[in-house]
Ligand binder design. Structure first.
Ligand SMILES: [Zn+2]
Length: 235
């Protein structure tokens, strides 16, 4: 009888312990889950609205083209008329202050970009070419919304030094007034994948351009596409 009681108490003790253990475990799990949920919500929640229309990606209504996101081969819209008018106004406004802006490049088709890119790769190798040129389908010029501007004094055109010319300085501080952003900013290579291109502007409209100018963000940061982890976990 005594033996039986001892056995029973031992059994109860074991059962009690394991219950306690289970309870503790489930509580810990619950806490873990809550923490995880919070983290997941913070990282995964889309910060933007993404739409893909005929292979073109729009984030919050803005057509996005970068090293990761491309355009279909057959997307061939030509120069955007609104952007065209805006770049004309921009250059005229600059030139009225005594500058000498010249338009160096605007819309470029997929095939033109393919030719350019192949030439650059043949000349400098792929790794170097990728820092200043886009693979076919990944050039912003194919959108019809991007321009390269230069100066009549062409020595600094398509060079980082364009940023310190009077035209480059003016562009940096006034492009947004006409709806443009300096698309590949200084010190932003880790985000854009491109070297600083003070001559390459992208039309996004005045409101967005103004916000981007004030925040000193890249288009990717502005749209919530960077850091990349954020987008890649978004379902
Ligand atoms: Zn360009």
């Amino acid at each position: 009888m005594k033996k039986y009681v001892i056995l029973l108490s031992a059994l109860l003790l074991i059962v009690g312990c394991s219950n306690l253990k289970e309870q503790t475990a489930s509580k810990t799990d619950e806490v873990k889950k809550t923490v995880e949920e919070k983290v997941v919500k913070k990282i995964v929640k889309p910060q933007y609205e993404k739409k893909v229309i005929d292979g073109r990606t729009y984030i919050n209504g803005i057509l996005i083209v970068n090293k990761q996101i491309g355009l279909p081969k057959d997307y061939n819209p030509g120069e955007d008329p609104v952007a065209h008018q805006a770049i004309e106004q921009l250059m005229q406004a600059g030139n009225r202050t005594g500058l000498q802006f010249v338009l160096r490049s605007s819309f470029r088709s997929y095939d033109n970009q393919a030719m350019l890119y192949q030439n650059y790769v043949a000349r400098d190798g792929k790794a170097a070419a990728d820092t200043y040129s886009a693979e076919p389908g990944h050039s912003e010029h194919q959108t019809g919304l991007a321009y390269d501007v230069g100066s009549v004094v062409s020595a600094n055109d398509f060079r980082v030094s364009f940023g310190t010319t009077p035209e480059g300085e003016w562009l940096k501080h006034h492009a947004h007034e006409f709806g443009f952003i300096i698309r590949y900013g200084e010190g932003k290579t880790h985000i854009t994948g491109y070297q600083y291109e003070p001559w390459h502007v992208r039309y996004v409209g005045k409101k967005v351009a103004n916000e981007i100018y004030k925040s000193n963000k890249t288009l990717e940061e502005y749209l919530g596409l960077y850091p990349k982890d954020l987008t890649e976990t978004v379902k």
